[in-house]
Design a binder for this molecule. Structure first.
Ligand SMILES: *Cc1c(COP(=O)(O)O)cnc(C)c1O
Length: 384
């Protein structure tokens, strides 16, 4: 690999173990590992293979292009893709054996056209909006959509294999909308099966519901974040409470170390000023790499957390596009090339993605998913 002074080290053994733990949480259900958005920043194909090795029997992507990339890599497991607009390459998807979500009449028509173009039966999961208010056909229009799909099924053009939905408040397990959505979903299942659909899978649960609410596991659970070892419910428990291990560690080499005087303004707008003669380090990762600018520090609050030489420090001043500065402290002995850890599993005192989420006022999903494409991913823990 070409030289880059930073990297995301992804532990595939952790992904395998996390999926095994999720399968254990949802014993009655199969596991669909969600690998959208480049597997939440971890790398699509290696992560997908690790999830399958850990016991996932399905993969899920948002975009059709992501599902096709899995097929292009030779992955043959069932894949569901659920987000596309008119004109998507659905013939290619049907031809590649990708299951497609359908949430509107136009989508069904395009899927059926794709199936007719390839001569292959399209596998359809009808998505019903049980209350999220996002994707999915409204319950009042479900019957008409399924009726059209079943007529196409009778002609062999498609198979209605799934009915599914997504929760609005899965990360607050006691929220009344969870029960209400589960009831609306149960009604939808009764309706669709009553119309003659022979569903293979009914599915509703994301990571949070997989970990906290067995009543909505149904036939298939769809964890994403938890596959990568992060907690979707940090207010209820960390990864360790659910048997998960964060799979990503982000580290960089110090690009410069220098001594400066007291009163030295640091980085743009001098948001931070040294309070004594000290040693500054330049860390070659910035918002161009996905380090959130919201996690900048100033004179009163340290920025996003960093671990250097076993010490927990924070970003000094503004997060820049390509770099951040860290105040290593008076007499620090680090030199250029020494390692700085932004986040990892947290087992050696290093910060976690959750710590960065808190520093930036966001969720850990965004910290790992926004890691820049230019940061190389390297892999450890390959299957033997
Ligand atoms: C992203 C996504 C998931 C996975 O969500 P997590 O909270 O990461 O587990 C499941 N289902 C749908 C429809 C999604 O878009």
């Amino acid at each position: 690999m070409s030289h880059y002074p930073a990297r995301a080290v992804v532990d595939l053994a952790a992904i395998r173990a996390n999926v095994a733990a999720l399968a254990d949480h949802a014993r009655a259900a199969a596991v669909l590992a969600v690998v959208k958005a480049d597997a939440y920043g971890h790398g699509l194909v290696p992560s997908a293979r690790a999830a399958l090795a850990g016991g996932a029997t399905w993969l899920g992507t948002a975009q059709v292009s992501e599902a096709l990339a899995l097929r292009a890599a030779g992955i043959e497991a069932p894949v569901l893709a659920w987000l596309y607009a008119p004109g998507a390459p659905l013939a290619e998807a049907v031809g590649a054996g990708v299951d497609l979500s359908v949430a509107a009449p136009w989508a069904l028509e395009e899927v059926l056209a794709g199936a007719r173009a390839t001569g292959r039966t399209a596998r359809v999961h009808v998505k019903v909006d049980t209350g999220l208010g996002r994707n999915g056909v409204m319950p009042g229009e479900l019957g008409a959509l399924v009726d059209a799909a079943l007529r196409a099924e009778a002609e062999g053009v498609c198979r209605v294999v799934g009915l599914w939905s997504h929760l609005a408040w899965a990360d607050a397990p006691d929220h009344p909308t969870v029960r209400r959505q589960a009831e609306v979903f149960a009604d939808a299942v009764r309706l669709v099966e009553g119309m003659g659909a022979r569903l293979e899978v009914r599915h509703l649960a994301n990571s949070a519901a997989t970990l906290t609410d067995p009543s909505v596991h149904l036939d298939l659970v769809r964890p994403g974040l938890a596959v990568y070892g992060l907690s979707p419910v940090p207010q209820l428990g960390g990864p360790e409470d659910y048997g998960l291990v964060p799979a990503m560690r982000v580290e960089a080499e110090l690009a410069l170390v220098k001594e400066v005087d007291v009163g030295q303004g640091v980085s743009y707008a001098h948001a931070y000023t040294t309070t004594e003669r000290t040693v500054l380090g330049v860390v070659p990762l910035g918002y161009g790499d996905g380090v959130p600018r919201h996690a900048s520090g100033d004179d009163t609050v340290p920025g996003g957390p960093l671990q250097v030489g076993g010490r927990r420090l924070g970003v000094a001043g503004r997060v820049c596009m390509d770099q951040v500065v860290v105040d290593l402290g008076p007499g620090a002995t680090e030199t250029a090339g020494d390692t700085v850890v932004l986040f990892g599993p947290g087992r050696d005192g290093e910060p976690t993605a959750e710590d960065w989420a808190r520093a930036a006022g966001t969720i850990s999903y965004e910290i790992v998913t926004r890691l820049g494409a230019r940061v190389p991913r390297t892999y450890v823990g390959e299957a033997p």
